[in-house]
Structure formats: structure tokens, C-alpha cells
Design a protein around this ligand. Structure first.
Ligand code: ADP
Ligand code: ZN
Ligand code: ZN
Length: 729
């Protein structure tokens, strides 16, 4: 009996067996429609076997193997299996996380979306004598003759030949007379990659270094300061691989924030098929992108973290832009790091991978020290005469602030306005004010579902939770004591915007934060306004810091940076440093020198000193030494067991029980369960347990054993999840 073993989108880490008499080894990777409970589901065939793992009377018959959809290629299945093992997550869930929803739906995919394969005669096929096929099998004779003349045939052509021909082709396939190949996409030789710019010496060195080993797996860390021209390096290397007819995968942290990159690649390679994969696509668009990539028609795939799971039969290069960005890590479901998986994938394809950043993650930086990655430095700005901005600090302990703004900053803003240049005021809080406070009884507006304070949004006249989205009207009086004198406390983007409007009545001010940038169009409008100089002062959150190029921006003011300096999360400082380097990098990108003013209570903090000298390496060294002493990554490897329950006690109890399931062994450290920093979130209370080891291998061995036991213990109302290489605490 032939059994197909299918991966389904079910939270159980095993394959499901079905009878499929017509299945062959060639069906591995194919989509199959199978009954599950009372309904049907689409699964992926991962194995064919003669015998089932369950008793025969329990076996059901598979409904259909969907051979019209190109099967998932072996390399991608291998990648899924790696993720399932590494992140300890059910294989079916891993696969279904990566495969487009439209292909996972039991609604049949119309044939017009799927270009047929070619069936190509093999040598065995050629060797079959026509005379050996009996005369009564006319169609067979006919088909074989046709193949011997032309060499290949599509299913569609076969159907025109005879209704029976497609079925015969499957037989030929099983006998090894023909093989299934992807239709060769038409090659467009017009790759217009001649550099428009005169490359800088550093760019030339970078390009030559990578080119010397272009056909080999290597992890290159392209560490180039903001404005050093990393994009041009990406473009040049991409062009080399396009000439070799290879596919290029480009990962970006957030597609809405980097429309520029897509534009640049499209205009540099106008005749190359580029697809952009991101969360705003509808299911059909996403499926089309996936299939085009799988057929090799798309030569450049640009996308957010999910794009790492795109089938790319001719993968020749991966670029991860802004590799330090935390958005490459998914925070729920399959908690994967697209950057880390990208390295696995590049290795698998024996292709180079370029990690680009002005502020590499400490992990990547450390890997260049140990020699696992190779660092290429771009130390100077690419535009002639463009220099790095001068950074000043305003000690907020010794000066008076007016609506959160210092005198020095106001003077600098005034000067920039008169010079007809742009300024940016950076504040890491959206909304009007972070809290609503009652002066008489000290009541604070808090979220009932999270342990967070509600943020005042004056323009919309409401209070909002930035964690769960809960919104309520601004109360007219204090709900606790009835006093009407409620006061917004602290500063958010809206409040700073209002203050600036009052102080500079003639300036054109634009606020940029999550509240007014939903949708791709919104961003485009904002960027256009900035580029057309229709804005004098930008007020925004870190959204503004990511990867933009504003040539006329010459002043950046930073308001409340200190909040991250003494955080519970050991990565907070690293992130603050990266963020400030990026923000500072926005100033003076073209020929106008830039200035950065940072308001802080701790101007002598090593972070600020290193920042002032634009010295990434110095600060990275300091942080690394701290991590070494505290045994934190990159000097150790971590995993978190997260638990959430209606009450914290249940979550903690579950974690304590979990911590005793497996004898940890010498090199594994299990910490005590602790409540999460945001204990209450969306009505549930959360806690976690940290596991750590110097050896990734030992940690993985422990996790494998632990995971099996965790799946078996009763957990009542507790929901748990493992997070390997966690990035947030
Ligand atoms: P990065 O991504 O490293 O921050 P970009 O690639 O955005 O920097 O380049 C910054 C600016 O420098 C862009 O406006 C780009 O057009 C320009 N640029 C890049 N290379 C050169 C070059 N060789 N000569 C002149 N300008 C360049
Ligand atoms: Zn009150
Ligand atoms: Zn909330």
C-alpha cells in the first residue's frame, strides 16, 4: 500500500499518513488535499512510504495530489526542516508559515496562474525503440514520436495531442523516460548596470573583494557608515549575478520604509523581472510572486522577512539591508530570524550573502572578530565633500526646558529655518503626551488589559494603549476623585508638534509617526513633500531614522533618548546606539554639513561619547566586554520559554514545573521564572524562563529533549511558546 506522509497546519509535530495509490517518489514536495476531521486541508507531501505509522483501519484516503501546482523544491523543504529543528516548532506550521495562503487554501488554484512544466525526454527515453511500443497503444507511440522529434512537451500540448497523453506522461515520468523541468524564462540580456557614479575607492575595494569570491558562500558584513554608498555596492554585485542568470534575494526590514531601494533597483535594472513581496499584497498577488520566483522568471526578489521562504531555484546572492534591525525576527508563531536563516540559505546555495549596516548587530560584529563573517568597511561618505554631522549635547539637568525643548535647540531650529534648510526633531513617543494625570489624587490613566499607561492623543481626543490598541474617549473628569483638572504629562510627537507650531508660526511642520503613516501612499506623500522641500521641520519617531536619504536635512534634535539607557533588556543600549547613529546619519547627507543636538541628563555616558566621535567600534568593544562579563550573547546562546495565562501565578507555576522536566547537564543554565516586563498584555499575564549555554550545540540538544517533554505535560489554561535566540525580553 502506498502511503503519503503529509505536513499539515496543525500544532502537532508529526506528519499525517494517507493512502494514495498513485503516489510516487516524484510527488515529494507536492500539495495534497486530504480529509482532516470533518473538513479538507491542503498539506505538503514530505515522504512516501510502503507502510503507515498508524493502524490501517484508521487510515484515510488522500483526496487528490495537486500535480498542477509545482511542488516545493527539495532545497526549500530542507530549509523548512532546518527551521523546525532549530526553532522547535511543528514542521507543518513552519511550512504553512512560509507558503502563500492562496496555495494553502482548498479552493482550487485556476490553471491560468500556473505555468505548466516542460516534460523533457531523458536519455533512457531516447533509447526506447519506437518499435517496442505495441501498435495498439497508438497514443503512446504518438507521444514518444513527438518527444523524439521536439525533445520537450508541456501538459497543455500533450492534452491537445490526446486526452490520454497527460496520464501517459505521468507514466513516462515514473519510468524515467521523461523528466519534469521548469520552463526556461526568457533571458533579457539588456542589463544596464553601468555605474552612473564614479565609484569611491572604498566602494571599488568592496566590490573587488566580493567579486573575487562571487561564486562561493561567504558571509560579508558590509559595514558602511550612513551615506557611504552601500546601495551602489549592492547594485554592482547584483548585476554580476544577473549576468550569470542567477536570482538575487534582497531582504529589507520594512517595505514601507524602504520604497527607495525598490525604486533604485527597478530603475537600475529596468528589463529585469523584479518582484516585491510584503504584507500588503493580496493572496493572489503573493502566490503569483511565489510562483514567478519558483519558475525562475523573477530575477530579483525584494521583500520583508517572510520573503526568505521564497523558492529560488537559481539563487546566487542574498542581500540583507540594515541587518541589525530587530524586525528581521518574528515575535510570534514561528519565532525565526530571517537574517540567520538567510545565512543557512546562502550556504545551502553556495552563494555569497551581504549583510549591510552602519551599525551592525553585536552578534554580527562579533562574528567578524572570530572570522565567521568577513567585514568590509566603508568609512567615508560617498558624496563628495559630505561630512559626518557634528554632535552636541545639551545637559537637561542644568537648563530650563520650554515644552520639552531647550533654548539651544530652539536657536538652532531658528537658524536652520533662516538658512532654508530642513530640521528634524526626533522623539521616541507618539501621541500627545505619554500619560494623563490627575493633579489632586495622582490618578493615572492605565490600560485595563495591559500593564501599560494610556497615551493621550489630543487631535483624536482619545486615550490609546500602544500595546493592544485599546482606545477610549478622553474623560472629562478624574474617574477617581471627580476633579476636572486632568493634565497630559510628558511629551509625545503631537505635543512637540503643537509647541513648535506655536514657537515657529511660519514654519511648515510635518509630524511622522505610526499614526499618520499607515499605508504605502501615506509614506510616498510624506517622502515627496520632504524631497520637494515643502517641509521645514519634521517631528517624528524612529520611523524617520530608518534608511532614508534626505539631502536637505541639516539639523537633527533628539529629545528623550535616555529612557533606554537603564532598561531591563540587555540589548536596549545597543539599540539606542544604533538608533542614534542612524538618526544622526540623516543629517548632512549631501553637501550641507549637518548638526545633531541631543538633550540628555547623562552627556558623559560612554554611549554618548562614542556617538560624538562616530565611533561604532569603540562602543561595540565596550558592549562586548560587558556581555563577556555577564555571559550574555554573543558569548552565550539563549532560549526563552514564554508562558501566558489569565493569572501570573499559573504562568509561573507552569514554568517552574517546566524547569524541572529535564536534567540540564553541566553546560546548561536554567534561570528562575520571572514575570515579563509588560506583565499584562491583552488581558493575559505573562512570564518567562531563560535558558542559556555557551555551546549552541548543547543548548539545541537540551531544547530538543525539553520540547518533547513540554508537549506532553498538561498545561491547562497556560499557553506556552519557545523562543530560540530571543531578541526581546
Ligand atoms: P548608505 O546606504 O550606505 O547609507 P546610500 O547608498 O544611500 O548610503 O548612498 C548615499 C548617497 O550617496 C546617495 O545619494 C547615493 O546616490 C550617493 N552615492 C553613492 N555612491 C556614490 C559615489 N560613488 N559618488 C557619489 N555619490 C554616491
Ligand atoms: Zn483625581
Ligand atoms: Zn492595552
Amino acid at each position: 500500500m502506498t502511503i503519503i506522509r503529509v505536513a499539515l497546519d496543525i500544532p502537532i509535530d508529526s506528519l499525517f499518513d494517507y493512502i494514495a495509490p498513485d503516489a510516487t517518489q516524484l510527488d515529494i514536495g507536492s500539495y495534497a488535499r486530504v480529509p482532516f476531521g470533518k473538513k479538507f486541508m491542503i498539506g505538503i507531501i514530505l515522504a512516501i512510504s510502503d507502510d503507515a505509522h498508524v493502524s490501517h483501519d484508521k487510515l484515510k484516503q488522500a483526496d487528490e495530489i495537486l500535480r498542477n501546482i509545482p511542488p516545493i523544491p527539495p532545497a526549500l523543504i530542507e530549509l523548512f526542516e532546518f527551521c523546525s529543528h532549530y526553532y522547535h516548532y511543528p514542521i507543518g506550521r513552519v511550512i504553512m508559515n512560509g507558503v502563500p495562503t492562496r496555495l494553502r487554501s482548498i479552493k482550487p488554484v485556476p490553471q491560468r496562474f500556473i505555468t505548466s512544466f516542460l516534460f523533457r525526454l531523458t536519455e533512457t527515453g531516447y533509447a526506447i525503440a519506437l518499435s517496442s511500443t505495441p501498435g495498439r497503444s497508438k497514443t503512446k507511440h504518438h507521444l514518444l514520436t513527438h518527444l523524439k522529434e521536439v525533445g520537450t512537451i508541456t501538459s497543455k500540448e500533450a492534452k491537445q495531442l490526446s486526452q490520454r497523453a497527460p496520464k501517459l506522461l505521468q507514466e513516462f515520468l515514473a519510468q524515467g523516460w521523461v523528466e519534469k523541468i521548469l520552463e526556461e524564462p526568457e533571458f533579457t540580456p539588456n542589463i544596464n548596470a553601468s555605474p552612473i557614479l564614479q565609484l569611491t575607492t572604498e566602494q571599488i575595494t568592496a566590490i573587488n573583494t566580493i567579486q573575487a569570491e562571487i561564486g562561493l558562500f561567504n558571509t560579508w558584513l558590509l559595514h558602511g557608515i550612513t551615506g557611504s554608498g552601500k546601495t551602489e555596492v549592492y547594485l554592482q554585485i547584483t548585476s554580476m549575478l544577473l549576468k550569470q542568470k542567477r536570482q538575487v534575494l534582497i531582504l529589507v526590514p520594512e517595505i514601507n520604509l524602504t520604497p527607495r531601494l525598490e525604486e533604485i533597483f527597478r530603475s537600475r535594472f529596468p528589463n529585469t523581472h523584479l518582484i516585491s513581496l510584503h504584507s500588503k499584497l493580496n493572496p493572489t498577488e503573493r502566490m503569483n510572486g511565489w510562483l514567478q520566483a519558483q519558475r525562475g522568471e523573477a530575477s530579483i526578489v525584494l521583500g520583508t522577512r517572510l520573503a526568505i521562504f521564497t523558492p529560488l531555484p537559481k539563487l546566487g546572492l542574498i542581500i540583507v539591508d540594515e541587518e541589525h534591525d530587530p524586525s528581521f525576527k518574528q515575535q510570534d508563531g514561528l519565532r525565526y530570524s530571517a537574517r540567520d536563516i538567510a545565512i543557512f540559505r546562502a550556504k545551502q546555495a553556495n552563494a555569497p550573502i551581504l549583510l549591510g549596516s552602519a551599525t551592525p548587530s553585536l552578534e554580527s560584529y562579533y562574528n567578524t572578530i572570530t572570522g565567521r563573517y568577513r567585514r568590509i568597511l566603508l568609512r567615508a561618505r560617498a558624496v563628495k565633500n559630505a561630512t559626518l554631522p557634528i554632535i552636541h549635547y545639551v545637559n537637561t539637568r542644568s537648563v530650563q526646558l520650554k515644552e520639552g525643548l531647550s533654548e539651544q535647540l530652539l536657536i538652532a531650529l531658528e537658524r536652520t529655518l533662516t538658512q532654508k534648510q530642513q530640521s528634524m526633531v526626533f522623539i521616541n513617543r507618539r501621541g500627545y503626551a505619554p500619560v494623563l494625570l490627575c493633579k489632586s489624587c495622582t490618578w493615572l490613566a492605565t490600560c485595563s488589559r495591559c500593564s501599560s499607561r494610556l497615551v493621550v492623543h489630543l487631535t483624536q481626543k482619545n486615550l490609546r494603549c500602544h500595546y493592544c490598541g485599546y482606545t477610549e474617549q478622553l474623560p472629562p473628569a478624574c474617574p477617581q476623585c471627580g476633579d476636572q483638572d486632568l493634565m497630559p504629562f510628558g511629551h509625545g510627537t503631537q505635543r512637540i508638534e503643537a509647541a513648535l507650531a506655536k514657537l515657529f508660526p511660519h514654519a511648515r511642520i510635518l509630524r511622522v509617526d505610526r499614526d499618520n503613516t499607515r499605508g504605502k501612499e501615506a509614506w510616498q506623500l510624506i517622502l515627496n513633500a520632504i524631497h520637494k522641500q515643502q517641509v521645514d521641520i519634521l517631528v517624528g519617531t524612529q520611523l524617520l531614522a530608518k534608511g532614508h536619504d534626505f539631502p536637505n536635512l541639516s539639523l537633527v534634535g533628539v529629545l528623550n533618548a535616555d529612557t533606554s539607557l537603564y532598561s531591563m533588556d540587555f540589548r536596549a543600549e545597543e539599540r539606542l546606539f544604533a538608533q542614534l547613529m542612524q538618526v544622526a546619519g540623516r543629517a548632512g547627507r549631501a553637501e550641507t554639513a549637518g548638526e545633531v543636538l541631543i538633550q540628555t541628563e547623562f552627556p558623559n555616558h560612554p554611549l554618548y561619547l562614542a556617538l560624538q566621535h562616530h565611533d561604532y567600534d569603540a562602543y561595540a568593544q565596550i558592549l562586548l566586554r560587558e556581555r563577556e562579563i555577564t555571559h550574555f550573547p554573543p558569548y552565550s546562546h539563549q532560549a526563552l520559554l514564554n508562558a501566558e495565562a489569565p493569572h501570573i501565578a499559573a504562568a509561573i507555576e507552569f514554568l517552574s514545573m517546566a524547569s524541572k522536566l529535564v536534567e540540564p547537564g553541566k553546560q546548561i543554565e536554567i534561570f528562575d521564572p520571572v514575570p515579563a516586563q509588560m506583565t499584562r498584555l491583552k488581558g493575559l499575564e505573562r512570564a518567562y524562563l531563560l535558558v542559556q549555554s555557551h555551546s549552541r550545540k548543547k543548548l539545541q540538544l537540551f531544547l530538543s529533549e525539553w520540547y518533547i517533554k513540554l508537549c506532553k505535560i498538561p498545561h491547562g489554561k497556560v499557553r506556552w511558546a519557545l523562543d530560540v535566540d530571543p531578541s526581546e525580553f
